[in-house]
Structure formats: structure tokens, C-alpha cells
Design a protein around this ligand. Structure first.
Ligand code: ADP
Ligand code: MG
Length: 588
């Protein structure tokens, strides 16, 4: 640079950091870019681990096609992409990425390690810190790719300062994962925060994924829309007017599989629900629009979160029409304006893991069966003819729910084998693991009772309480001495909310009396967990709808020991398709 020049090129490292700011705004943007790369690589499952709100650690692992070693360094160069070759290709973008900006941008402001293996090759590894390559060489690892991003914004302290609390950043990350999971329902997603799983989605049909993404408060009150519109197709799951939300957060728009913000689609939705919901409410919905690529411009926003349409007016009108049509297929209840606390107005929800459905089966909904019956099969559920298949655990088979037998067994099809699952035993197992799993980390979740219950105790029970105090607390019961032979029950395990508290408490104490019978060898805490699970679980005789059965099997598939309840009874029996064939003399 000679004197006289007032304009000069920035040193590359500074330029990189500035450019990175456009792509990497916060930890969630890193998560988004990495997941998109995994999807572009054809991954069938994607795991996201975060720590420290994403500032300390973000790790995305996939089973996609991987990168060849000679492409590794190039992948971190700006405008290096395998996805488009010429600028004309920009007109028909089918992948998430195409600018070749994400990896270099992330690596400019963090410490990044990428380990990858393509089928049939050795694994390799590259490490880039603040934009400079520190290692490139062989490694070991499974097929697929793992990208680890540590110390995000370590060299851009100003940006770091603008981050919200870790809890808040994780919430944004969870939203991001949720949005991409809606776009790719055939891919399994798992998100953990500080090692704790906060979201887990099995591969499933779009409508199921959409309901999962909308969260438990909305999932039971949905309509589906599926229509040809504007040279393309609209696919969607809509919350009924009753579950309209106080915020827009329950609206998700996908355009050609890309999650986007779209004022146009939001206005279309609002218009369709107009007069059906109060003006201060927003419809809950997942709308997936598939249009010919030339009708959509995805290249209008650095983070590609907005799109432009060529036929805006037509699109708007047709969306309003189709959503209205779906709404008119069901008898509608007009909502009284200002009415608070409909089924959807579930107050503030936990920041992270919401919509994960992780807790939906367990924390309260089943339990409500005590006070009101489990909702009967509804027409909305019948739309599940699409056969919700249950996750394929390593050991647990994939099961399609056929129906319920004698209000006691779930009947399923597992690749041509007939399976029968005892609904009580299955639910018991899930709740039991949940109670004890929680114990190991932070203690089982307790739910304070709005009105504490005074319980009169017999002499034996009073003795027991003294002895079992710590165990009770660990499982989630909170009791205070209240007077001679009397205690005040102020909290019950969260999984048992809705079960009559006194009844549950007494039943558990009763189970603790004596020598423990078949559970003699177990700790008080375990015996208490068994009792609580047993008295909380759905019973034989409780009607279940398809979605509940699917959810139950889903949770069971993820149990540590899904095959037996702690009474030693099986949760499932299986009749081999082969045996059926023999019984019907179809084969010799
Ligand atoms: P873009 O996605 O726009 O192409 P990126 O910087 O995100 O740009 O990625 C650069 C290139 O690195 C991609 O084009 C792809 O070839 C490769 N790549 C990145 N992540 C993965 C992954 N998880 N699996 C396989 N290839 C990947
Ligand atoms: Mg990319």
C-alpha cells in the first residue's frame, strides 16, 4: 500500500470476520448451517449437542455422504461449494446451501474441527481456528460427518456480548432444530443440551412431524390441508381455532423444504382464520409450500430465511381459499373474544425442548384420565391412516399401530409380525424409568399442588413416612408434618399430576409397607418409583387413540429396558409372520 491511497483491502482475516457476521449471528445460526449441510449430504439422522448455550460447544453429527479428503480444505474457502456450478444454477436451487459461505464464516469466529468419512475411504480431520488451518490429516471415525464448533466468537468479543443467556440461546437453537425437523420429517433429529436430551424426533410422516413440532397443546387439535395451488402444492397441519395462540411462535412456514419467515403466508393464514379467532390470537400452523424452483427466489437474504415469490397475489388468494376450505370441513366453535385459557393457552412453556413432545405423554395428559376420561378416538386421529410407524430403536422393532384390543392391548404390525403390547405394563415401564432417570440428575420433577392436601395417617404409615422421607422427596412427593398423625402433602411427582393426590400417596405408602414382597431387594426409592408408576400409568380398560398409542410405543422404544415391566411381566409379545403362515397352511 503506497501513501496517498486511502482505500485499501482489508487483511483477509478481518474481512472474514466481518463477512461471518452476516451468516453467523448467534449460536443458532451455526446450528442451522450445520444441519442444512447434513441434510444436503443426505443424512438419515442428525444429532446436535450443545453446551454453554452454544458458545462453548456445538457439535453436529450426521450419517451423510461425508467429504473426500481432497475437498476438506476447500470446504472452508469462501464461495467454495459442491452444490452449484454456475450462476444459472441459482435459478433452480434444490439444496439448502449454495453459497459456500457457512463453513468459512463459522471457522472465522470459532475453533472448528470437522471429522468426516466417505463410504469406502479412510476418515480425515481438519481443524481451523479463527480462520487459520491448524491441522489436516487422517483420523478415525464412522461414515458421515461430525463438526465441532467451540468458543464461538472468541475473537469477536463485541458479538459475544450481544448473546442472550445460555437458556435463551438454547431456546432459539431448539426452535431452529424444530424448524428444520419440520422440513425433513424423514430424518431423525436429536438435540441435547449439556448432555440432556431436549428434543428427539423419529423419522415419520409429515403430518406427524408437524403435530410434534406444534407441541402437545396444539397436537390434539389439528386439521390437515393438502391441495394443489399456484403451479405447486400446499401441505399443512393447522391448529383448530380453539388452540389459536397469543404469539406467532406456533407458525412455521416451509417453502420448498426451507424454513422461512413469510409475511405473505402469515397474512394468508390470518385472513383465513379471520372472525374465527379473537384479533389478538394467531393461528397455529405448519404450512409447507412446494413450488417450481423458478417461482421462488431463495437468494434474497444472507441467512436465507426469507423468500420472494413470483406470483404473490395468486398465492395469497389460493392459500386463504385452501385454509378456509380445511377449516370449514369441521364444525367450528367461534371463540369469544378476550376469552382466556382455552386448551391452547397453556401459559408460558419451558423455553427449551418445547414441542419436543418429550414430556407430553408423561407429564399430566395421561394422568388427566383420572379426572376426565382419556379423550376417545376423534376424527382428527382417524386421519392417522398414514400409519404412524414407531421409531426403530436398536433393539426395539419398528411398529405400526393397528388398534387397541379389549382396551388393554395395543395391536401392532412390525414388519409382518403381529405384536401385542400391554398398555399398562408399557406405560409403567416408561414412567418408572422417568422417575428414576430424573432422580440421578436433579431429582424427580415435583409439581406443587394448588391446594395442599391434609392426609391422616395410621400408625404404621406415620412410621413409614419418617423412614421414607428422603425417598419420597427424591421421587417428587413433598410432605410436611402437620399435627399428630397428620401430614400436609404439598407436591406430587410431575408425572402424576391429575391423579387424585391423596389416593396416589396412600396407595404408594401401602405398597411400601411390609417387606416389599417381590421387590424386597430394592431400595425404598426404587420401590416408591415402582408404586408411583404403577398407580399413575394408564390402566387396562382405558381407551387410547392412535396417537396416544403411537406416542406410548415411541416412548417405550426409547426406554432402557423396553421389554419388561418391573413386575417381570413382558410388555410385548410377538407372533412371527412365519408362524401365521404356517397356521394358515400358506407354507409347509
Ligand atoms: P454450501 O453449503 O453453501 O455449499 P458450506 O460452507 O456450508 O457451503 O459447505 C461447503 C461444502 O462443504 C459443501 O458444499 C459440501 O460439499 C461440504 N460439506 C459441508 N458440510 C458437510 C457435511 N455435513 N457432509 C458432507 N459434506 C459437507
Ligand atoms: Mg451449507
Amino acid at each position: 500500500m503506497s501513501e496517498g491511497h486511502r482505500i485499501h483491502l482489508l487483511p483477509p482475516s478481518a474481512a472474514e470476520r466481518i463477512a461471518a457476521g452476516e451468516v453467523v449471528e448467534r449460536p443458532a445460526s451455526v446450528v442451522k448451517e450445520l444441519i442444512e449441510n447434513s441434510l444436503d449430504a443426505g443424512a438419515r439422522w442428525i444429532t446436535v449437542e450443545v453446551g454453554g448455550g452454544g458458545s462453548r460447544l456445538i457439535r453436529v453429527t450426521d450419517d451423510g455422504e461425508g467429504l473426500a479428503v481432497h475437498d476438506l480444505a476447500l470446504a472452508f474457502r469462501r464461495f467454495a461449494t459442491s452444490k452449484i456450478r454456475t450462476s444459472d444454477d441459482l435459478l433452480r436451487i434444490l439444496t439448502y446451501g449454495f453459497r459456500g459461505e457457512a463453513l468459512p464464516s463459522i471457522a472465522a469466529v470459532a475453533r472448528v474441527e470437522l471429522v468426516t468419512r466417505t463410504p469406502g475411504a479412510e476418515a480425515s480431520r481438519i481443524v481451523i481456528v479463527g480462520g487459520s488451518q491448524e491441522f489436516l490429516g487422517p483420523a478415525s471415525g464412522p461414515p458421515g460427518t461430525t463438526v465441532t464448533v467451540e468458543d464461538l466468537f472468541f475473537n469477536t468479543p463485541a458479538r459475544r456480548k450481544f448473546l442472550k443467556s445460555p437458556v435463551r440461546e438454547v431456546a432459539v437453537i431448539a426452535e431452529t432444530v424444530n424448524a428444520l425437523a419440520l422440513a425433513a420429517p424423514d430424518v431423525a433429529f436429536r438435540l441435547t443440551d449439556e448432555g440432556r436430551e431436549i428434543l428427539w424426533y423419529p423419522p415419520e410422516p409429515f403430518a406427524n412431524r408437524a403435530r410434534r413440532g406444534l407441541g402437545p397443546a396444539v397436537a390434539g387439535h389439528t386439521l390437515e390441508v393438502s391441495a394443489a395451488i399456484a403451479d405447486g402444492a400446499l401441505e399443512g397441519v393447522l391448529g383448530t381455532p380453539q388452540v389459536a395462540q397469543p404469539r406467532r411462535r406456533h407458525q412455521w412456514f416451509l417453502v420448498n423444504r426451507r424454513p422461512v419467515r413469510s409475511p405473505l403466508l402469515a397474512r394468508g393464514l390470518a385472513q383465513a382464520y379471520h372472525t374465527l379467532i379473537p384479533d389478538d390470537r394467531y393461528p397455529a400452523a405448519v404450512l409447507a409450500l412446494n413450488l417450481p424452483p423458478q417461482d421462488v427466489d431463495a437468494n434474497v437474504h444472507p441467512r436465507k430465511t426469507e423468500v420472494r415469490f413470483t406470483q404473490e397475489r395468486r398465492l395469497f388468494d389460493e392459500i386463504v381459499r385452501e385454509v378456509r376450505r380445511a377449516l370449514h370441513r369441521v364444525p367450528l366453535v367461534h371463540v369469544v373474544p378476550g376469552g382466556r385459557g382455552g386448551p391452547g393457552a397453556s401459559g408460558p412453556r419451558p423455553a427449551a425442548g418445547e414441542g419436543a413432545g418429550a414430556d407430553s405423554v408423561f407429564d399430566g395428559r395421561w394422568a388427566r384420565a383420572e379426572t376426565g376420561p382419556i379423550p376417545p378416538l376423534t376424527s382428527a386421529d382417524d386421519s392417522a391412516q398414514g400409519a404412524p410407524a414407531v421409531a426403530v430403536g436398536a433393539r426395539w422393532p419398528s411398529i405400526r399401530v393397528i388398534g387397541q384390543l379389549a382396551r388393554t392391548y395395543i395391536v401392532g404390525d412390525s414388519g409382518g409380525d403381529l405384536v401385542l403390547i400391554d398398555q399398562h405394563a408399557a406405560h409403567e415401564r416408561i414412567l418408572f424409568e422417568r422417575l428414576l432417570g430424573r432422580r440421578t440428575s436433579e431429582g424427580a420433577r415435583a409439581q406443587g399442588l394448588v391446594s395442599p392436601v391434609i392426609v391422616q395417617l395410621g400408625a404404621a404409615e406415620a412410621m413409614l413416612i419418617g423412614e421414607a422421607d428422603a425417598a419420597l422427596r427424591a421421587i417428587g412427593f413433598e410432605v410436611e408434618a402437620f399435627g399428630p398423625g397428620t401430614v400436609r402433602l404439598t407436591a406430587v411427582p410431575a408425572i402424576a399430576v391429575g391423579r387424585a393426590p391423596e389416593h396416589l400417596f396412600r396407595a404408594c405408602l401401602r405398597d411400601l409397607e411390609g417387606d416389599g414382597g417381590p421387590h424386597a431387594g430394592r431400595s425404598l426409592e426404587e420401590r416408591l418409583a415402582i408404586a408411583t408408576a404403577c398407580h399413575t400409568a394408564v390402566r387396562a380398560g382405558d381407551p387410547l387413540d392412535t396417537r396416544m398409542m403411537t406416542e406410548l410405543l415411541d416412548a417405550l422404544a426409547r426406554a432402557e429396558d423396553p421389554f419388561s415391566c418391573f413386575h417381570g411381566r413382558p410388555t410385548m409379545i410377538q407372533v412371527r409372520g412365519r408362524d401365521l403362515e404356517r397356521w394358515f397352511y400358506r407354507r409347509g
